[in-house]
Design a binder for this molecule. Structure first.
Ligand code: WTA
Length: 576
């Protein structure tokens, strides 16, 4: 823990953090919504329709930048018509309130249109990251019992091997933009044909606050990814955090680099900025320092929300590159998803002359919870302080709050508006988060210092965070053992300077297979093709045995301790 401070430079929208904490109520925030004045209760109404009937009708909602730097833009008025068309098109093929709609797509404008369009009719949207492989898509579609999938021909081709195994999925809506985009599958309809045939008038459906608007599949340390459901009422917190943490203003151009397949990409890559009627940029291409910097310069990005791994990669690309670009419009940078180490914050201050504001939250919390604010001094390496109205604590297994400077479980008092409303069809899993009386337990360990700043220590479980993506070791192990050469596998996160962690697999080979570098590559590629392009192990070690409990469970903590050269701890239950 360093004692240096990066002083506040401006007050920001919140003005005074201490005062906000004293005076704040969520009920005050509710007044800002159309629904509190008798309007329809639906997040899609608040992010698009309300602006389309105001002076913001001709304001740009979305600047879209394609992989080859091609650009297009959409006003709030245009977004209203397009999302209305999509809501009608989806209704025409039988979609109803409560249906789960998967959007498996690159960051195309159609992703935004269909995600919001589905919300309008009361469906539960689920954007899926386009790096997911067939098994990952299948698991999600089956678990959610989804009937509708909106995708692109090249992605459909990728999941074709599992196409007959997608349960209730009855409609595949294909966004065919290219000339050689191929024929439609049996259950397929053409997105553009549907849109052309649909009316641009639609009455957005009135929802209850706890009705789901989005489901994000996210990983734990056991089992397959679970569907975390966020309710429409999450908009209350998405709105006020966007205003006070991201600190967006009317004239801003905002860029969130996260994909809507992850919660950051929906809560702050769609909902938050559009609740405030902010113009935002999205980039459908790959990470590249010069491309990223040129987007910030060309579009005059004022607030940029990204992840520590991306910042560390930019840092690696060097200071000279930064000098080629103009960052004068940028006010500050925000970060989320993994620990933001102090050197990165200092680097940001040095090369951009900007503060980097770390924010801590989770898929399950739905919105930002512990943050740094423009009006507050930054302690580099700290996640900041709980947002006004959020009550956090460092607790033990009995829910007893621990004193400052003591490591414990990071927990939150339930009741914040964006808290997940359920885990899809998995009540026991949902209840686990509330096993400590009076608290939601985050799964992270942390401590609070004497000034009330929170410091991240690590996950309390085996969940891996690699390049900010959340990965369950079980999923990777399950994919590994499907490879013909693999008998057993144990997977851990291994610390990595740039990516936070990398996935490391310990593998026992089947009889008749010989360890080789070539086999490692083959096994890793196998996981990549099956599961996803970010869940494959970057390191594989062949071993003769794996540490297990007497009941046969692989002891990942032992693998990890050995990897790090640490004491292994209590091995009472181990049977090797
Ligand atoms: C980790 C992302 C340190 C943490 C919005 C958490 C962080 C998990 C931070 C949630 C941070 C998130 N500092 N660690 N500022 N923010 N994490 O669900 O372990 O993808 O529990 O949500 O990321 O990841 P998820």
């Amino acid at each position: 823990m360093s004692s240096d401070l990066i002083r506040a430079e401006s007050k920001g929208n919140m003005q005074d953090f201490e005062k906000a904490c004293k005076d704040f109520t969520w009920a005050q925030v509710e007044k800002e919504f159309d629904w509190s004045n008798g309007g329809v209760y639906n997040v899609a109404h608040e992010i698009i329709d309300r602006h389309a009937v105001s002076w913001r009708k001709n304001k740009i909602a979305l600047y879209w930048i394609g992989p080859a730097n091609e650009e297009s833009k959409f006003t709030f008025g245009e977004m209203k018509n397009l999302t209305n068309r999509f809501a009608n098109a989806l209704t025409d093929v039988g979609a109803k309130k409560g249906d789960r709609v998967f959007i498996y797509m690159d960051r195309l404008p159609e992703l935004y249109i269909s995600t919001v369009g589905a919300m309008k009719l009361g469906a539960v949207s689920s954007p899926l990251f386009s790096a997911l492989g067939p098994e990952a898509v299948k698991d999600r579609v089956l678990d959610a019992g989804a009937k509708f999938l909106i995708t692109q021909p090249y992605l459909y081709k990728r999941i074709e091997p599992v196409a007959d195994d997608l349960g209730e999925l009855s409609h595949i809506i294909m966004v065919r933009n290219g000339p050689d985009d191929g024929v439609l599958p049996e259950k397929g309809t053409d997105y553009h044909a549907m849109m052309n045939a649909a009316s641009d008038r639609f009455e957005t459906v009135n929802m209850a606050p706890a009705d789901p608007y989005v489901v994000h599949y996210t990983s734990g340390s056991t089992g397959k990814p679970k569907g975390v459901i966020l309710g429409h009422k999450a908009m209350i917190q998405e709105y006020v955090t966007t205003k006070w943490v991201l600190d967006l203003r009317e004239e801003d151009t905002y860029w969130c680099t996260a994909d809507p397949g992850w919660v950051t990409g929906t809560s702050y890559g769609i909902v938050g900025p559009w609740l405030l009627g902010t113009s935002m940029v999205t980039f459908a291409g790959r990470f590249d320092p010069r491309t990223w910097y040129s987007i910030i310069e060309r579009h005059g990005v004022t607030v940029w929300y990204t992840a520590p791994t991306a910042l560390r990669m930019l840092m690696k690309a060097g200071n000279e590159v930064v000098k080629e670009y103009d960052f004068s419009k940028l006010r500050h940078i925000c970060s989320v998803g993994e620990p933001l180490n102090a050197p990165v914050i200092h680097w940001g201050k040095e090369v951009f002359g900007k503060r980097i504001h770390d924010t801590w939250w989770q898929t399950e919390t739905g919105a930002q919870m512990i943050c740094n604010y423009p009006s507050m001094d930054i302690k580099p390496g700290s996640m900041g302080k709980p947002f006004p109205g959020v009550v956090a604590g460092i607790v033990d297994e009995d829910g007893k709050e621990l004193p400052p400077m003591t490591q414990g479980m990071l927990a939150i008092r339930p009741g914040w508006p964006s808290m997940m409303v359920s885990i899809w069809r998995n009540a026991p899993k949902f209840r686990e988060y509330f096993r400590v009386p009076g608290w939601f337990v985050s799964g992270d360990n942390a401590f609070m210092d004497k000034d009330g700043y929170y410091w991240f220590i690590g996950r309390a479980d085996d969940v891996i965070k690699t390049s900010g993506e959340r990965i369950g070791p079980f999923e990777v192990e399950s994919a590994l053992v499907e490879h013909p050469a693999v008998a057993e596998a144990g997977v851990i996160g291994k610390p990595d300077e740039v990516r936070g962690e990398i996935i490391k697999a310990f593998v026992i080979l089947r009889d008749g297979f010989t360890p080789s570098e070539k086999l490692k590559v083959e096994i890793s590629d196998f996981v990549k093709a099956k599961l996803s392009a970010f869940a494959n192990p970057r390191e594989i070690e062949f071993v003769d045995k794996l540490p297990k409990t007497r009941s046969g469970k692989i002891m990942r903590r032992v693998l990890k301790a050995r990897e790090l050269g640490l004491e292994v701890g209590d091995l009472n239950t181990m049977e090797e």
